[in-house]
Write a protein of this length. Structure first.
Length: 348
């Protein structure tokens, strides 16, 4: 366990990010219901920060923003005491600045700029990780966003670089700090790697050397307390950010925080309690999106819960959950599948 008294909590604006275990932004996953599921763990002490799905600036600044963009952006200053950051993405300074103002008005406590998404539909539009190949444009975006929300801290999430020939995260981090960015998050892969291979936490240490005065967060392949401890040690980071390791296990961050930093232990549900927790998340999804869209959105989460629950036949469980075509059928399937589950396993 890390000596909690020996570390200084990360403070951004009015927000104190403690414990230093954060939820990563994940498109189509870290929506409001999932952030709530993470934030409610361990009495609100299971995560120091939760980050929204990526919000496309081009969608938000149209005369009639798309429903999906508005849903992605929906923010609160805190969720069960946990600070909220809203991640925005784009290529043009004007729309990025306006989007920052919009989400600030919606209640975001922190604005994060996406320069790490490797998805082709994002980099094909020359945003996300593609901006790492255009550092001057990237810095123009940073400057515009910082100027647009002078009362809010702005953070930056990126990768090690575009590929092995373009490992420019240290230089971009230094320039971003000089432009007003208050915290840097680095996923330990290049864009060319997508999510293949292993995250190179040691490579993040070059960013630590470039910006020793900024909070640095290590991301990528943080799945449990052991990997979190190793990521921090190799990178020199002040905190870790958990992404895919939380799918189907919103208590994962609280487990890591408890083992590393002595925060309250979460109650990891099993059996009937697991069915109740999954049902509560499912109900929150339906309330947030409405019946039809909610049922579709919920299916991926139900599948992840089934994968993580230690079920004897997860494929059959998935099939039963995916077949539910109404809220009542989904509720019945959740009870049938999870009530006898032995409990959530640790991430592999």
């Amino acid at each position: 366990m890390t000596n909690a008294s020996a570390r200084r909590p990360i403070t951004l604006g009015a927000a104190t990010l403690d414990p230093p275990v954060f939820l990563a932004p994940m498109a189509g996953i870290t929506d409001l219901p999932f952030r709530r599921a993470v934030a409610r763990q361990a009495g609100g002490r299971g995560a120091g920060l939760v980050v929204s799905e990526m919000v496309a600036s081009t969608e938000m600044v149209t005369p009639r923003p798309s429903t999906r963009a508005a849903v992605r952006a929906k923010a609160m200053v805190e969720e069960n005491g946990v600070p909220v950051s809203v991640q925005i993405a784009g290529r043009e300074a004007g729309p990025m600045a306006e989007t920052a103002r919009i989400v600030a008005d919606m209640g975001a406590a922190i604005i994060d700029i996406n320069m790490g998404c490797p998805a082709r539909k994002v980099t094909g539009g020359l945003s996300g990780a593609a901006l790492m190949r255009e550092p001057d444009r990237a810095l123009a975006l940073v400057e515009a966003v910082v100027a647009a929300v002078p009362d809010l801290p702005v953070t930056l999430k990126m990768r090690l670089g575009w590929d092995e020939e373009c490992l420019n995260a240290p230089d971009l981090a230094r320039r971003a700090r000089d432009a007003g960015v208050r915290m840097i998050v680095v996923h330990g892969r290049t864009r060319a790697q997508f999510y293949t291979g292993r995250a190179d936490w040691a490579a993040i240490r070059a960013v630590r050397a470039a910006v020793p005065d900024l909070p640095l967060i290590a991301n990528g392949d943080v799945l449990d307390a052991a990997s979190a401890r190793r990521a921090e040690a190799l990178s020199g980071a002040d905190a870790v950010m958990v992404g895919r390791g939380a799918q189907g296990a919103p208590w994962r961050l609280a487990q890591i925080a408890h083992e590393l930093h002595g925060t309250p232990a979460p109650v990891v549900p099993q059996g009937a309690a697991l069915a109740e927790a999954v049902a509560a998340h499912h109900d929150d999804i339906l309330s947030h999106y409405g019946r039809d869209l909610g049922l579709r959105v919920a299916r991926k989460h139900l599948g992840w819960y089934a994968d993580a629950a230690g079920l004897p036949d997860p494929q059959a469980a998935r099939a039963a959950l995916m077949a539910a075509a109404s809220p009542a059928a989904a509720a019945a399937a959740i009870r049938a599948v999870f009530s006898g589950a032995p409990g959530a396993r640790q991430a592999a």
